[in-house]
Design a protein around this ligand. Structure first.
Ligand SMILES: Nc1ncnc2c1ncn2[C@@H]1O[C@H](COP(=O)(O)OP(=O)(O)OP(=O)(O)O)[C@@H](O)[C@H]1O
Length: 446
């Protein structure tokens, strides 16, 4: 990475030279009056400017300096301008601060203090730019709450927008914590049903014998403890969306009842005799391979086809290009605000650890990890230890190992996308069939 650019506006050639010498950590560009400063500003767009207020044609006053300051802040409002003032100019320096200058430093120059002030100004500027970028991504995001720059995820969001208005049953496939519920909420929000309820139920979290009454409701006296008529989740979601999470864990008997509902759109409460018409869009999700379960008889095939009118596959976090750092920053912003902490930065090592980790628990794991880090961080930076990631997470800079890992990953993706068809997979990968066979052999893929 190149050095940060710093504009020094100073008409005294000796001081200019001294500043260059002190500030050699930066790429210093100089100017000695208002016009040349504005030209340098346009050309180099420095994040930080140091300036003398006494510039020609008013070297003993501050009119030129203050005018230049106003121009700089009008043209590039985020620029951090540091005033270098003489003792007698203190009143002018304060005026400059009132106009929007970032800080002032009194001459004679103290190299250590000035370097620190400038470093902080660059840091603050970088932080503000990063936050602006995050806000931009959030407002660009096609679905509320979904942060991603990964092409596969962005395409998925566009598909969600397209299918949301239809009443088709949707199935969301993806690992635990990858955002299935978030996508389901997106489908609901973007549909005509958005002002009705979104009701979620996790089929794996409720014992088999209770799930039926949870879903369909029950009449008073239907079983011991049924003291009053109770509406099930399907009825509660009338007009809206029912999200059935972990549908693969639903028992066979209940699957039959759900299938009947999907075919006829009526329910019967447990212990009830009348049919109740219910208008609900069903969105379900699973991290299991439901198709394979159906083929093995572990899940009703007819229900599988009913549920999978539209199938959306959410990639795991480790496969999303650039999303690890992006999400880490997003959650850092969120938790710094909710934990009332001043804004923390990631140390480069912490970011490298975030990038290198595989995140088996996906976005949920990342969210918890960053919440912990925000709470644990002692100083202004989040350090690797604050993340609490397992040991041995180190950036793999070995080119050969990285290349092989990437090769393996795209090969598995291509084979998955072509449903195991070697000709199609080879075509997707842009290699010949024998080459693909060789590669598969090398990586032990069958
Ligand atoms: N792309 C994303 N941007 C921002 N936050 C996300 C994103 N994806 C997931 N999250 C957040 O991560 C957490 C887990 O997401 P969610 O509950 O939707 O996952 P899930 O796949 O339904 O998990 P499970 O299978 O365990 O039920 C939630 O707090 C959610 O808001």
């Amino acid at each position: 990475m190149g050095k940060n650019k710093l504009l020094v506006v100073e008409d005294d050639a000796g001081l200019q030279k001294q500043l260059r010498w002190i500030l050699d950590a930066y790429e210093v560009v100089t100017a000695d009056d208002r016009d040349s400063a504005l030209a340098q500003l346009r050309r180099h767009q420095p994040a930080v400017v140091t300036m003398d207020l006494g510039l020609p044609p008013d070297p003993d006053g501050a009119s030129e300096g203050l005018a230049l300051l106003s121009h700089i802040l009008a043209a590039a409002p985020d620029t951090k301008v540091i005033i270098l003032s003489g003792n007698q100019e203190r009143a002018f320096a304060l005026k400059a601060i009132a106009l929007g200058a970032y800080d002032f430093h009194q001459k004679p120059l103290d190299a250590d203090t000035l370097s620190l002030v400038i470093a902080r100004a660059f840091y603050l500027h970088a932080m503000q730019q990063e936050n602006r970028r995050m806000l931009q991504i959030q407002s660009d995001s096609p679905l509320a709450g979904i942060i991603s720059r990964d092409p596969v995820m962005l395409k998925l969001c566009r598909v969600v927008e397209k299918v949301a208005p239809s009443s088709a049953t949707a199935m969301l496939l993806g690992d635990s914590g990858s955002g299935k519920e978030l996508i389901a909420r997106g489908l609901h929000q973007l549909s005509a049903r958005h002002d009705k309820r979104f009701v979620a139920i996790n089929c794996a979290a409720i014992p088999e014998h209770l799930l039926e009454s949870e879903l369909f409701g029950y009449e008073k006296g239907a079983f011991t403890g049924a003291q009053r008529q109770t509406h099930g989740k399907l009825e509660l979601a009338h007009g809206g969306t029912l999200f059935l999470d972990e549908i693969g864990d639903m028992a066979m008997a209940l699957q039959a009842k759900l299938l009947r509902f999907l075919q006829e759109r009526v329910i019967e409460r447990v212990g009830g005799r009348s049919e109740i018409r219910v208008d609900v869009r069903v969105v379900c999700a699973t991290h299991r391979n439901l198709k394979a379960m159906a083929a093995e008889g572990a899940f009703r095939e007819d229900l599988y086809y009913r549920l999978s009118e539209i199938v959306l596959t959410i990639p795991p976090l480790r496969e999303r290009a650039g999303d690890r750092a992006l999400l880490a920053h997003h959650f850092r912003n969120k938790f710094c605000a909710s934990e009332s902490r001043s804004m923390l930065a990631f140390s480069p090592e912490a970011l490298a650890a975030i990038e290198a980790y595989a995140w088996p628990g996906n976005v949920r794991e990342m969210e918890n990890c960053i919440r912990r880090a925000v709470i644990m961080a002692d100083g202004p930076q989040i350090m690797p230890a604050d993340l609490g990631l397992p040991d041995g997470v180190e950036e793999n800079l070995n080119l050969r190992a990285s290349r092989e890992a990437a090769e393996y990953r795209v090969m598995v993706q291509a084979l998955g996308r072509s449903d195991g068809n070697i000709v199609k997979a080879a075509e997707l990968l842009g290699v010949s069939r024998p080459t693909l066979y060789d590669l598969m052999n090398y990586h032990g893929l069958k």
